[in-house]
Design a protein around this ligand. Sequence first.
Ligand code: GLU
Length: 454
Amino acid sequence: MTPPTTSSSKDKLAALRTEIEHRNPAQPEFHQAVHEVLESLAPVLAVRDDYAQASLVERLCEPERQIIFRVPWQDDRGRVHVNRGFRVEFNSALGPYKGGLRFHSSVNLGIVKFLGFEQVFKNALTGLGIGGGKGGSDFDPHGRSDSEVMRFCQSFMTELHRHIGAHTDVPAGDIGVGGREIGYLFGQYRRITNRWESGVLTGKGLSWGGSAIRPEATGYGNVYFAAEMLRRRGEDLQGQTAVVSGSGNVAIYTIEKLKALGANALTCSDSGGYVIDDKGIDVELLKQVKEVERARISEYAERRGASARYISGGSVWDVPADIALPSATQNELGAEAAATLVRNGVKAVSEGANMPTTMEAVDVLHEAGVAFGPGKAANAGGVAVSALEMQQNAARDTWTPARVEDELLRIMQDIHHTCYETAERYDAPGNYVTGANIAGFERVADAMLAQGVI
Ligand code: GLU
């Protein structure tokens, strides 16, 4: 038999991609996430025939289990609503399924599968022994009262509880799921099971099993990753300006850490528009508006005074800055926006959200020599601190904020190093997409190979 070459492996991967698209119709985000990873793997399969023989890529692209369920609940006026709940348990070769729950009207099976697929590689990169999964619902908590959110969460957990557990599957938050939702979900799990199983969910409150720095971790971690990318280019964050999208917990703590490290975030956004603040975003005011009042960011501009303007619609990527940290949602930064960023002299783009940059936009950035940190590496700090929360829960221990943050910094530097070195090893210097995809893949693939055909 002739040994595989990069080009014959490429052909096989292209055929596999077509097959996956046929088997999973109408799931464009899942196709995109698979496409991006398969694009990176040809050089690995060319040297690792054992991976090809074991159909590892084929197995990796098929979730181990997919759960879809009805979530009925009553609003404050007594009207009954029906939402759809999902949990996709993608891969458990390295540890229990781990990944967030997203509550947003756009959630469907394809979205959950794209997120679960990304999570498998991201979690492998953390090196912390966690498999990958994701879940959620097309329920939108915005505009709902606390009681409505509670009733929804209780109904959601009434089904979900039978599928999860500290050694099985450990959900957490994502868009639309924060501390409030995790509290209601945990309470219902505890009530149904009659067990104090703190390691079943992460993102819990500090006084009942949560970890310090978990809310901050995704944003802080992304800033650490961006700093490492800049360091490789002989620069640091001091004095740099940043354009940040989103205004959820990832964006908020990105802005906070940028400031702490001497940079200045000029923007934030929500689905209605964006804010530009010439003095830099005041993170305390942003927290008050978004976290306490759950209001729109137009409110921020109104209260901030002369330095800030709210721009309805429009693209936050039009704002010139040294670095860009997309922290809202998938496909928010397309090729045109990437070209604008390049024209404005951007040096680095680091993804706080999952897959916010389209593949075409990534090509534009790479061609222009911009450092690009893909979410599965750059935003892994959130799930990494979730894994530290699981460690604390297992040991019935509580770590100090300083200890957790030290660990987070070390993990992000380690992920950066792994991606950088792997890209070099595969002849793609400076390409963190290749580095992250291959390094994550190798870790999961080796574990699957050792564990047999399962
Ligand atoms: N939703 C986050 C992510 O995309 C965190 C998941 C977790 O903490 O389990 O990685």
